[in-house]
Write a protein that binds this ligand. Structure first.
Ligand SMILES: O=C1O[C@H](COP(=O)(O)O)[C@@H](O)[C@H](O)[C@H]1O
Length: 324
């Protein structure tokens, strides 16, 4: 059983299952879905939406790769935030066991924001004792360029809400260098990632030539932004750098560093954790059958080249979706 299937089977949430496939719009890159049918039995409402063109589709070679890419996407909808947190912890712990056994290391990328509260169950029994935390290497998909003890720091948020409660070796927690400028911090973080690729801690994607993190645990803003990749901002088209910077973030604070889409889209697993009615509009645009606009939200540009993408949502977040 795959991790995502295990998550679904273990959940006590809704039993309705809906598998839905749709053809990609003609104007987008054709993508092959290898999503498996959902098994019956008690699990959250699950929707398997069609895939969308990746950010890298602006690049000819990447577009060709995307056309042959192997993708799986599914949506889990939970009745209660507590159920979501339990399921997300199980999903992550199972990936930790699988990837640490396969690779000898488990590379985990965190976002800031509401995600940190949603991973709280990992720091509780049974996972506190059963997870091999010594294999964990922790990174940030984005970080605000502020001191590490600043209220806006994604590092501080994760430290207070999660990292201080689990025994991950401190040398395996990769915070940004907060003494540098935004540009300097982005370059420094990319150099750090390249060193870890050389050491074999981070895998490389053979198909994309970008680092392949084991799992990214991500949130999404109400405007559909992920990491610090905002709607309409030119950074969404960055297709060479691994890590870049922004000095005019529409959401404060303005200076941040962020992973680029080619790195996000090279991941082995992504959990997109989105709750609350305030995000229903972006969820509807991302998951609806109907195309309401030709402009893709950043969350829609997260399309894995060869990985599993799982949405962890609640009912308010999917309240604008039809056929749910
Ligand atoms: O600014 C940011 O916002 C997003 C979304 O945050 P949320 O609180 O709405 O979940 C977050 O994923 C990102 O890491 C953070 O820097």
């Amino acid at each position: 059983m795959s991790v995502s299937a295990a998550v679904a089977a273990a959940s006590t949430s809704r039993t309705l299952v809906l598998a839905r496939h749709r053809s990609p719009p003609a104007s987008r890159v054709a993508a092959t879905s290898r999503g498996r049918p959902f098994s019956s039995g008690p699990h959250p409402l699950a929707v398997s939406p069609a895939t969308r063109a990746p950010a890298m589709a602006t690049d000819g070679a990447a577009a060709a790769a995307a056309a042959g890419s192997k993708k799986k996407k599914e949506v889990l909808i939970f009745d209660a935030e507590e159920d979501l947190a339990v399921s997300l912890a199980k999903y992550t712990a199972e990936l930790s066991a699988k990837l640490a056994a396969e690779r000898g290391a488990f590379t985990v990328v965190l976002s800031g924001g509401s995600l940190i509260k949603n991973i709280r169950k990992l720091a509780e029994p049974p996972y506190l004792d059963s997870v091999d935390w010594s294999k964990w290497h922790v990174f940030w998909v984005d970080e605000r360029v502020v001191p590490k003890d600043h209220e806006d720091s994604n590092y501080k948020l994760a430290l207070d809400g999660f990292l201080s409660k689990v025994p991950i070796p401190t040398g395996q927690v990769y915070a940004i260098n907060d003494a540098l400028s935004a540009e300097g911090a982005a370059d420094d973080y990319e150099t750090c990632l390249k060193q870890l690729v050389k050491n074999g801690v981070i895998a490389m994607s053979q198909s994309t030539g970008f680092p392949r993190f084991d799992v990214m645990l991500l949130g999404m803003g109400p405007d559909g932004h992920i990491a610090s990749l905002f709607p309409g901002h030119p950074l969404v088209n960055e297709n060479k750098k691994w890590v870049t910077y922004i000095k005019d973030s529409p959401k404060p604070p303005p200076e941040r560093i962020t992973f680029t889409f080619p790195v996000i889209n090279s991941s082995a697993y992504v959990a997109m954790v989105v709750t609350g009615a305030g995000k229903a509009g972006a969820v509807q645009k991302a998951l609806s059958d109907k195309q309401t606009s030709s402009d893709l939200l950043p969350v829609e540009m997260a399309v894995l080249q060869d990985g599993e993408f799982t949405w962890f949502t609640d009912k308010p977040a999917v309240s604008m979706l039809q056929n749910k």
